[in-house]
Design a protein around this ligand. Structure first.
Ligand SMILES: C[S@@+](CC[C@H](N)C(=O)[O-])C[C@H]1O[C@@H](n2cnc3c(N)ncnc32)[C@H](O)[C@@H]1O
Length: 232
């Protein structure tokens, strides 16, 4: 039997070619969310920052980083080779981008980064403890004044809010896809593959780990961009 990790990997292996089209239809204001993830990076545009993009997919986040920071050294990490193939094609004008086909669960950080960022990927860390351990690992591999920001699907703080979040998410998808597809494909994948955590808990974990200036910089119901700074 396939492990959940293998199921998730196969999902993205198969989706790679159509991913950029699909994501706009299922994630509310996806482009706006990614813009928020990039705009909060607190570096001068000419600085040669080192950036790690976890679960980099087809390279959208990396492209936005390179457009804003011409001297950025970006490493894209993803376990779905087909996603990396699409990313390489999209980012071929940036020959210095590094690609690692690998699992962030057992990623061996070999250097420190000025920014570790991620979009729609870290909710695949299966448990709260996995997330806490990984956020600590991220903290340990940031430079002084380095930042961690995550754009991701999250849970509300109680059932009432979570129900609203789910209905607002479905309402967004209904603009683009059929009710049948929403329930039998996307909500089913969400229920089986995704393990989001309460945003409020995640902010508390970041605080306990030692991040400062923690904030939620963008939010649309159950999608949020949040993170903090590792102060010297
Ligand atoms: C929803 S996509 C998001 C892609 C991209 N960050 C974006 O926002 O367009 C999630 C990505 O995370 C990757 N991913 C999920 N779990 C992973 C893991 N354990 N290690 C590495 N990559 C992973 C998937 O292969 C996929 O490309």
């Amino acid at each position: 039997m396939q492990s959940m990790k293998e199921v998730v990997k196969e999902h993205f292996q198969n989706e790679a070619r159509n991913f950029d089209e699909i994501i706009q239809k299922i994630v509310p204001f996806y482009s706006q969310m990614i813009d928020a993830l990039i705009i909060v990076l607190p570096f001068h545009i000419s600085k040669d920052i080192h950036v790690l993009d976890l679960g980099s997919g087809t390279g959208t986040v990396c492209q936005k980083v390179k457009e804003r920071y011409v001297n950025a050294h970006v490493t894209c990490l993803d376990f779905a080779e087909n996603m990396i193939i699409v990313a390489k094609q999209r980012l071929k004008v940036y020959p210095d981008v590094k690609y690692i086909i690998g699992d962030f669960y057992n990623f061996e950080f070999s250097q420190k980064y000025d920014a570790i960022i991620s979009s729609l990927a870290l909710h695949h860390l299966r448990t709260d403890d996995d997330k806490k351990t990984f956020y600590k690992n991220i903290f340990d591999h940031l430079t002084d004044n380095g930042v961690f920001y995550n754009a991701d699907i999250i849970l509300g703080s109680n059932k009432y809010l979570q129900d609203i979040y789910m209905s607002k998410w479905k309402e967004f998808m209904q603009n683009n896809i059929s009710e049948e597809e929403i329930n039998s494909l996307w909500i089913l994948k969400y229920d089986t593959e995704d393990k989001p955590a309460e945003l409020i808990h995640q902010l508390a974990w970041l605080n306990k780990i030692g991040f400062q200036d923690i904030d939620v910089v963008w939010k649309y119901f159950n999608f949020a961009v949040y993170g903090g700074v590792k102060r010297k």
